[in-house]
Design a binder for this molecule. Structure first.
Ligand SMILES: NC(=O)c1ccc[n+]([C@@H]2O[C@H](COP(=O)([O-])OP(=O)(O)OC[C@H]3O[C@@H](n4cnc5c(N)ncnc54)[C@H](O)[C@@H]3O)[C@@H](O)[C@H]2O)c1
Length: 364
């Protein structure tokens, strides 16, 4: 973003943070979801003086079982609330007066957005604006928006997109996230709010909801169920372990220059079909569980970010090697069959059927 707010920035915030020593209150939205719950654990483990407020509506993908280990921790508070309801948000700001806001809460599933885009606008766009409004009113020191590499759309072979790349979303989810990013730009340019935008590639790790690609592969394979693969499976995705993403968010929250966007990537890219076969091989299973399904509408072929900015400017590097991370995640799902069972027996089972059954192709 342009830097015409330097003066406001200096007035608003006095130098670099030193969070390790401070008593800070961090408001995390969407903390009952996959990345949010991992981020809360990261904060609580790393900063014993912090108070972390988890503000979450508990939609189908929010799961407090992701945070049972923190239930008795005095530094952790859960508040059930909706980011698109100003009353809920205001009450929470009044009660806790947070120093930092890290905004994960979102409708996050692309297929769902194609079926019902409206809720994506309500949560991801209006909800972000409401969070920004109260962050301004309560003089939050920094608002960190958890965006995604999907806002750039499909990236050509042999290219990586940098932070200056155009916004070219191709599905309602990505469009809602790109719209929210523009609202962050406005918060910085018009109101001088201190903000950062984080655009990471695909995450994997423990507590990821079974609707997402790697959990579907592992959990279906463990239950001997078909593994749906879109189209011909040649779409390419870049993968990061969620803990590396959480460390990147923490680094950006502390040291990111206000108004800046940071891509977060690993360079570890896989064609979907190759990754399915790789995981099946790790589980000693055959490829006959793979079931090709009709392709997603507007399915982006390739994502690939240039993450040199965060590496050079903020000294962040991913630490978890993909194979090690994958093995850890496979064991995690093997050891959390109850967690999977609880999800699969509820609302999610009907949802999975609705999304994937009409796409099943006859592969004979
Ligand atoms: N998963 C990925 O690979 C990935 C990659 C890059 C960026 N992101 C972004 O990271 C964020 C978190 O993704 P995730 O995979 O953890 O998603 P998730 O679906 O697991 O979690 C979303 C959380 O937001 C909560 N939520 C939804 N609507 C809400 C509302 N109106 N008010 C309050 N809470 C609400 C849900 O209950 C849930 O706990 C999203 O903003 C997503 O766009 C995800």
């Amino acid at each position: 973003m342009e830097k015409n707010n330097i003066e406001k920035e200096i007035n608003f915030f006095n130098g670099k943070t030193n969070l390790q020593e401070d008593n800070k209150i961090i408001l995390v939205t969407g903390g009952a979801g996959f990345i949010g719950s991992n981020f809360i654990r990261h904060l609580i483990n790393k900063y014993p003086n912090f108070k972390v407020i988890n503000f979450d509506k508990l939609t189908y993908s929010g799961n407090l079982n992701n945070l049972t280990t923190l239930e008795d921790n005095n530094n952790y508070v859960f508040v059930k609330g909706n980011v698109s309801d100003p009353k809920d948000v205001k009450t929470t700001f009044e009660q806790f007066n947070p120093d930092f806001v890290v905004h994960f809460a979102a409708e996050s599933h692309v297929d769902k957005s194609i079926i019902n885009p409206n809720i994506f606008l309500e949560t991801n766009v209006l909800g972000t604006q409401i969070m920004l409004n109260y962050s301004r009113e309560y003089k939050v020191q920094k608002f960190v928006q958890i965006s995604t590499d999907e806002v750039y759309g499909s990236i050509q072979e042999n290219c990586n997109v940098g932070e200056e790349g155009s916004l070219a979303p191709n599905n309602p989810y990505a469009a809602s996230k790109a719209s929210a990013d523009l609202l962050l730009r406005v918060a910085y340019q018009t109101y001088g709010q201190r903000v950062n935008i984080v655009r990471a590639c695909n995450n994997f790790g423990p507590y990821q909801f079974p609707e997402k690609f790697i959990p579907i592969i592992i959990t279906n394979a463990l239950q001997n169920k078909e593994i749906p693969v879109y189209g011909n499976g040649i779409n390419v995705r870049e993968w990061i372990h969620v803990e590396d993403h959480c460390r990147a968010i923490d680094t950006i929250m502390q040291d990111g220059k206000s108004g800046e966007i940071y891509n977060v990537g690993t360079g570890n890219k896989w064609r979907n079909i190759d990754l399915v076969e790789h995981i099946l091989q790790k589980l000693d299973l055959k490829n006959d569980l793979i079931s090709y399904v009709l392709d997603r509408q507007g399915h982006d072929i390739r994502y690939s970010v240039d993450s040199s900015k965060i590496r050079k400017q903020l000294n962040w590097e991913p630490q978890i090697d993909f194979e090690t991370g994958l093995e850890q995640v496979i064991s995690w799902y093997k050891n959390h069959l109850d967690w999977i069972e609880e999800i699969n027996s509820g609302e999610y089972a009907a949802y999975f059927k609705e999304i994937y059954k009409p796409r099943m192709m006859d592969t004979d």
